[in-house]
Design a protein around this ligand. Structure first.
Ligand code: NDP
Ligand code: MG
Length: 392
């Protein structure tokens, strides 16, 4: 079936792969948005001919308006621009692949407008999981997971659901006893905490299995990515964190698993290529051919599994604590991580200080959060503290 897509974050790693899928499937692209990459967005506009586009950055949006003055595309800017695209009534699905908390308001806008959201932007669910899932439920729309682990679980659950299943539908009556998220372990697998003290940005950007944007690549090196995914899984699949485990699986062939109450376990496998989960989110409940290579298990010879090392990589524990403390704490750890991750990339702090910044917000008293404004306020305060601490 042909679909009409809005893609937020179209110039990024997920966004460009989503456009590969759209090109192959012949989907209509209604609108595209990014932060400031006017040159690439111009190319995408010329190829996909959306009716509207947006750049968050005002100056870049002005530049883009000049670049595409010969076309009849409307160019918007800022958060209002992103939300306006997310609400357009000429779309079937909004794919949110912006990086960071900035994706929260556009996700809510899309859900309120009655659109299914294909969600790569995990920070949205970490910071505002309860609100996002409630909004989807109230508006009778779906959150289609794009993150590979959550897509794997989503795909496994189809086997035991009575009919096509998608969040925020309940997993009750499916007999699910445990979700097992796989983690690659990142570039520093096997290193001690002491050895991590002196690692550089270049070392941290060498991910063994996936080529992704810089922020998530650093999150993979600290293993914060798996902590964020734990929180993401809790909200998407509505299970207590005690029923969600993490196992390090170096080859990234098994993308995650679902255990049932008879101790039978289903898993989803494939070569590590995001075009499978992106495409599945867009074609669900159908499967269609993809350009992704076939899995050749014999070529791997063996698949390996390990317990995560909580001493060298404490981020998963911090995220478990944030969930246990509840309320604003998941938003706070996400905010501290976003800011510390950026400070590390800017050369302002060392690798281990990213974790220290996240640990600190868990010790701070935080108010209750009930609406998006509350979440944004907590986000801002936690970021400011990390920013100020990172300045010399
Ligand atoms: P990239 O850094 O490659 O791309 C980020 C995209 O978001 C770019 O298009 C960027 O625009 C845009 N963007 C950033 N800030 C804003 C803003 N304020 N307003 C509008 N657009 C903005 O990231 P990835 O594609 O790697 O990751 C995107 C999301 O998907 C993240 O949440 C990540 O955790 C998640 N994800 C990614 C995976 C991957 O394989 N890459 C796997 C699983 C999840 P510009 O180019 O102009 O800066
Ligand atoms: Mg993932």
């Amino acid at each position: 079936m042909s679909k009409r897509l809005v893609i937020l974050g179209s110039t990024g790693s997920i966004g460009t792969q989503a456009l590969d899928v759209a090109r192959l499937r012949g989907y209509t692209v209604t609108a595209l948005a990014a932060h400031s990459n006017a040159a690439l967005l111009e190319e995408q506009i010329r190829e996909f001919k959306p009716r509207a586009a947006a750049l968050f950055d005002e100056a870049a949006a002005r530049d883009l308006r000049v670049r595409v003055a010969d076309l009849s595309v409307e160019i918007l800017s800022g958060m209002d621009g992103l939300c306006a695209l997310a609400q357009r009534d000429d779309a079937d699905v909004v794919l949110n692949s912006v990086v960071g908390m900035v994706g929260l308001q556009p996700t809510l806008a899309a859900l309120k407008a009655g659109h299914d959201v294909a969600l790569a932007n995990k920070e949205t669910l970490v910071a505002g999981g309860e609100l996002v899932m409630r909004t989807a439920r109230e508006h009778g729309v779906r959150i289609l997971p794009v993150d590979s682990e959550h897509s794997a679980i989503f795909q496994c659950l189809q086997a035991t659901a009575h009919g096509a299943w998608a969040p925020p539908q309940s997993v009750a009556d499916m007999g699910v006893s445990r979700l097992i998220l796989t983690a690659s372990g990142g570039p520093f697998f096997g290193r001690s905490r002491e050895e991590l003290r002196t690692v550089t940005l270049a070392d941290a950007l060498k991910h063994p299995n996936w080529s992704m944007g810089q922020k998530i690549t650093i999150d993979s090196a600290t293993m914060m990515n798996k902590g964020l995914e734990l929180i993401e899984a809790k909200w998407l699949f509505d299970l207590p964190q005690e029923n969600i485990d993490i196992v390090v699986h170096r080859e990234s062939v098994i993308h995650s698993l679902v255990e049932y109450n008879d101790n039978s376990v289903l898993a989803q496998l494939g070569v590590p290529d995001m075009r499978i989960p992106i495409q599945y989110a867009l074609t669900w409940p159908e499967r269609v051919p993809s350009p992704v290579p076939k899995l050749d298990l014999a070529a791997f010879a063996k698949l390996t599994f390990y317990e995560p090392d909580g001493e060298a990589f404490p981020m998963i524990d911090y995220c478990r604590r944030a969930l246990a403390q509840g309320g604003a704490y998941p938003a706070a750890v996400n905010a501290a991580n976003e800011e510390a991750n950026a400070a590390f990339r800017a050369g302002k702090i060392g690798f281990l200080q990213i974790g220290e910044a996240v640990a600190q917000v868990l010790e701070q008293p935080l108010p209750k959060v009930t609406c998006v404004e509350d979440i944004l306020a907590v986000d801002e305060v936690c970021r400011r503290r990390v920013r100020e601490a990172a300045e010399p």
